[in-house]
Design a protein around this ligand. Structure first.
Ligand SMILES: [Zn+2]
Length: 144
């Protein structure tokens, strides 16, 4: 394992190099000085999506959802809770497939909610259907 990890800031989207030993010590962004981990999923768009999934050295778990989807709304608080439990060893992110239709199409999202886990820009696992916080954490950790 390398002694530093690249972490993309959820606020200004700049790439930070964080020593592995400091990952658990609530590191701040060198650019905007805000916390790199806020225990909450980051909302991604087509503008910053690729940067987050490909330039991050920690796996990125993405919830593809839509505002009109009941099960997605039900899962949202569970996904937020999972962020508290999985950070800083994983980044949790959300993509609104209604606002970001090109991303949904690019990743072949056929039903929502769908969770997709990326490592260094590559999809390593996906799971469709709403899950509880506990199940999200268990599923995500099982892919590591
Ligand atoms: Zn920043």
């Amino acid at each position: 394992m390398s002694d530093a990890l690249h972490v993309v800031c959820p606020h200004c989207h700049s790439i930070n190099r964080v020593p592995t030993t400091r990952l658990n010590q609530q590191p701040n962004c060198g650019q905007c000085h805000q916390a790199l981990f806020v225990a909450h999923p980051v909302e991604l768009t087509h503008i910053n999506f690729t940067r987050h999934i490909s330039r991050s050295d920690i796996p990125v778990l993405v919830d593809f959802w839509a505002p009109w989807c009941g099960p997605c709304k039900m899962m949202a608080p569970h996904f937020a809770q999972a962020a508290q439990l999985l950070e800083p060893n994983m980044r949790l992110a959300k993509v609104d497939t209604e606002a970001e239709q090109s991303l949904g199409a690019q990743y072949g999202i056929r039903s929502i909610p769908t969770l997709v886990l990326f490592r260094h820009g590559r999809e390593v696992a996906r799971q469709a259907g709403a899950m509880s916080a506990q199940d999200i954490v268990r599923w995500a950790q099982a892919q590591n």
